[in-house]
Design a protein around this ligand. Structure first.
Ligand SMILES: Cc1cc2nc3c(=O)[nH]c(=O)nc-3n(C[C@H](O)[C@H](O)[C@H](O)COP(=O)(O)OP(=O)(O)OC[C@H]3O[C@@H](n4cnc5c(N)ncnc54)[C@H](O)[C@@H]3O)c2cc1C
Length: 390
């Protein structure tokens, strides 16, 4: 299948974000000649702006849980080869109130064992023993032991270097203007590809605008912080709170999560209004990445709201019991409100579009890349979030 013509590859991937790299890796593993086209000089999209949490625990049973478990194995495989750090200690999700605790308890009883989540609920002495008693002021902690955490701004460039070292050709600063029927028209010239996989994130207008327009997609825009703690805190787990239980599919359909949601709306309307749920990821440099808020729309408003950042700081200081100094603030944008959490769309016999429509691409992207490339090569059904084939 491989060819020696530099402008003719087996698989062309558009976009060097998490999804593009995942599909490129899956094609490379199958011995294919792969080229990746990225319009910026280095990946600067959603994939380097995130928390780097590869969450298994948060995914709903079925396709998404299966993808997250598959992605976990791929992250561990790649971290060894591409030489980036990955935390394997799992996440801690703290219940700060009776309503948050009720969701964790219901999850443990009705879902955890039945669907094979690797979790334990820490209460009483086990909770008190965590980090020398620092988290005693909470009611319980769910320890998700399968969850990983990466430092995305280092892991994504490391993945690019690794794929380059294995022969994947990267064309940075190269916009793909048109694609279809085995041809790509780019700002670096014309290319031919047996298969083109478009992983263009939340850009719905450059390629296949009509097809994507029909899906009525939106973007989600989030505020983020990087901060350091005033006194040393050797945090080695990513931290979440019960607020995430109303957000992640593993919990959000439980009856106790609806009660929690109502409580959040009644007691902390600004948290509800800004779609805030607290995630804290420790970086390898004793700093914390903190967020996030959720604004959904056709475009991402450029103006950061200080009320949101202040809520992050207050929530983090209370949850971790530390004072913070903010080092950096940024926005992240990801694709959202699609027909499901992801979509894989066949445009023609040579061209496929693979997109995430919710903020879990680091958790499931590697698995999705595997399944899309397998389906294309084996000529089987493309992955569909509504169809659990595993
Ligand atoms: C703030 C934030 C926090 C998040 N936290 C997490 C988390 O902790 N865990 C998790 O699982 N997920 C998280 N996510 C979601 C995750 O980051 C995304 O789902 C994932 O990064 C999407 O990857 P992508 O490759 O589709 O998009 P992107 O990373 O945005 O990449 C798309 C790339 O395509 C390029 N491109 C588009 N069109 C063209 C074209 N025509 N020609 C050339 N190049 C093109 C763009 O320049 C871009 O580099 C978070 C997202 C954000 C924003």
């Amino acid at each position: 299948m491989s060819t020696t013509n530099k402008d003719h590859v087996d698989v062309a991937v558009v976009g060097a974000g998490m999804l593009g790299l995942a599909h490129a890796f899956a094609a490379l593993k199958r011995g294919l000649r792969v080229a990746v086209f990225e319009r910026t000089s280095t990946p600067i999209g959603a994939s380097i702006r995130n928390f780097g949490q590869a969450l298994v625990t948060g995914q709903p049973p079925g396709v998404m849980l299966g993808l997250a478990k598959q992605s976990r194995e791929l992250w561990l495989h790649l971290s060894q080869r591409a030489n980036f750090s990955v935390r394997e200690g799992g996440v801690l999700l703290f219940a700060r109130s009776a309503a948050e605790q009720a969701v964790l308890e219901e999850f443990m009883i009705v879902r955890a064992r039945q669907h094979g989540y690797d979790v334990s609920l820490l209460e009483g002495e086990q909770l008190a023993a965590l980090y020398g008693g620092r988290f005693r002021h909470h009611r319980a902690a769910l320890h998700g032991t399968a969850d990983l955490q990466l430092y995305s701004r280092e892991a994504i460039p490391a993945l690019v270097c690794y794929l380059q070292s294995q022969g994947v050709q990267f064309y940075f600063n190269t916009l793909v203007k048109e694609a279809g029927d085995g041809q790509l028209s780019t700002t670096a010239g014309e290319f031919r590809a047996e298969r083109t996989i478009v992983c263009s994130g939340h850009d719905y207008q450059t390629l296949f605008a009509e097809q994507l327009g029909a899906m009525n997609l939106k973007v989600c825009r989030l505020q983020m912080l990087r901060a350091k703690t005033r006194e040393p805190l050797a945090l080695t787990h990513p931290v979440l709170t019960g607020l995430s239980c109303t957000h992640y599919g593993a919990f959000s359909d439980l009856p106790s999560a609806a009660a929690l949601d109502a409580e959040i709306e009644a007691n902390t309307p600004a948290i509800k209004r800004h779609g805030i749920h607290l995630l804290v990821s420790p970086t390898p440099y004793q700093e914390l990445i903190i967020g996030d808020s959720h604004y959904y729309g056709v475009d991402a408003p450029p103006f950061n709201n200080e009320e949101i950042d202040q809520i992050f700081i207050d929530l983090t200081e209370h949850t971790l019991g530390v004072k913070l100094d903010v080092l950096e603030r940024w926005q992240g944008v990801y694709g959202s409100k699609g027909p499901g959490p992801f979509s894989v769309t066949r445009i023609d016999d040579h061209t496929t579009v693979s997109l995430m429509h919710t903020g879990i691409g680091m958790s499931v992207g590697l698995g999705l890349g595997e399944r899309v490339v397998s389906a294309l090569l084996d000529n089987t059904a493309l992955p569909d979030p509504a169809v659990d084939t595993q």
